[in-house]
Ligand binder design. Structure first.
Ligand SMILES: *Cc1c(COP(=O)(O)O)cnc(C)c1O
Length: 405
């Protein structure tokens, strides 16, 4: 799954270009930088690789979500619909712009259930934010229809699905804006970094200012820039961008390895009675960073996870239901709305009301789900062994031989 697994001479070369000039900042210093603009080059590469007109590279995926929401005008009084299964960054970003995260149930796509989205819409709903979890996509066609019918913004969190697509378009370029994370464990990495992609010049220009203290970047002299609105500092450094530039050139290689290893692992498990796999709205577009599978009940799934642990093969497989970072069940800090900075009491109350709703429909899915991450480094033999070991565990559990818990 992660690009850091194939880090090498290409990354070192790009970073060294920057170290040679010593200009580590992405703006200014036009003379001494000797034509080296890694962040700008990475933005151009993002546009051409994924097919969007504008890309704003910045310091993280979380910053990308925050920036996109600000640029799209999402803030006080607005509700943003997100799935109950996502990374904590989703609600962090929403709360940081003053809006309310409205978690709704996921279905067997592991992403937003369109019916649950429809049921959650209120006059305050401003945006639907599908999160393309674990390499594969939400039911974007249905969500686009809902957005059109209710005049809502579609903001794609594609942080985990770099290189995936839906009906021929790259994930992250389909909504009004979309984001990737390039943190250390993502499909391609900058060590830390992220990007906002959009086809709107206006949204892009707002992102450009927002991530650099509101600078309008209109003149050659940074000190003379105007500040049409208040911004922050979510800039990326040239060193980080340089790593990403080497990585994006390898993306197709990463994806083809992922797809091959994913298919091989799936073939080892596919015939086991009782196992099923995540539903993928456009199977052609799966980036194949994970193979996500289900057993018929939570009990059987827990037994399989315990057995994998006992056999030493749980590393790389995730039972999200018990995980502190990715599923609503364990987000106690959100359920109690514990923030360091005091929020407006109405904001805080709305956050808590949303976080403490009934998510039993999501529990029924997530309690039975395991995602196995696909390594770029597996040899065919290692892959075969892993597949056989996993298959043996699941068969044993399914045949009822492992009742002791
Ligand atoms: C990683 C991730 C983010 C946040 O990205 P960072 O670069 O780590 O801030 C946001 N959303 C999802 C779904 C992610 O997986």
């Amino acid at each position: 799954m992660p690009g850091f697994e194939l880090f090498g001479a290409e990354e070192r070369k790009e970073v060294n270009d920057v170290l040679e000039t010593g200009i580590l900042m992405r703006y200014g210093f036009d003379g001494p930088r000797k034509g080296i603009w890694k962040a700008a080059a990475m933005e151009a590469a993002v546009c051409s690789t994924f097919g969007c007109t504008h890309a704003m590279l910045l310091s993280s995926g979380t910053a990308a979500l925050t920036t996109a929401m600000a640029a799209l005008g999402i803030g006080y009084g607005d509700e943003v619909i997100i799935p109950s299964f996502t990374f904590v960054a989703s609600f962090e970003a929403i709360i940081s712009v003053g809006a309310v995260p409205v978690m709704v149930d996921v279905d067997d796509t592991l992403t937003l259930a369109p019916d649950a989205v429809r049921a959650a819409i209120t006059p305050r709903t401003k945006c639907i934010m599908p999160v393309h979890m674990c390499g594969s996509m939400a039911d974007l066609g249905a969500l686009q229809d809902i957005c059109a019918a209710h005049n809502l913004i579609l903001l794609e969190d594609a942080c985990q699905s770099i290189g995936g697509s839906y009906r021929g378009k790259m994930l992250g370029t389909i909504g009004h804006a979309g984001t990737f994370s390039f943190d250390f464990v993502k499909t391609i990495t900058c060590a830390e970094g992220g990007v906002v992609m959009t086809n709107s010049k206006e949204v892009y220009e707002k992102c450009d200012g927002y991530t650099d203290h509101g600078h309008d970047h209109k003149g050659a002299d940074r000190g003379a820039d105007l500040h049409p609105f208040i911004g922050y500092n979510f800039r990326i450094s040239e060193l980080n961008a340089a790593v990403g530039l080497a990585q994006i050139a390898k993306l197709n290689q990463f994806l083809s390895i992922q797809r091959r290893n994913h298919a091989a692992l799936k073939a080892c498990l596919a015939d086991i009675p009782g196992i099923s796999f995540r539903r993928i709205p456009d199977p052609e577009g799966d980036s194949c960073t994970f193979l996500s599978w289900f057993l018929p009940t939570e009990e059987l799934t827990r037994a399989a996870v315990a057995e994998m642990k006992a056999k030493g093969i749980l590393a790389g497989s995730f039972y999200w239901f018990d995980n502190n970072w990715h599923y609503i069940r364990k987000w106690d800090h959100l359920k109690h709305s514990i923030t360091l900075n005091r929020l407006h009491p109405d904001h805080q109350a709305a956050i808590m009301a949303q976080a403490n709703k009934d998510f039993s429909a999501s529990d029924a899915i997530m309690g039975r789900c395991v995602s196995t991450s696909i390594s770029l480094l597996w040899t065919p033999e290692q892959l075969q062994t892993r597949g056989e070991q996993m298959a043996a565990v699941i068969r044993k559990v399914m045949s009822g031989q492992s009742v002791a818990v």
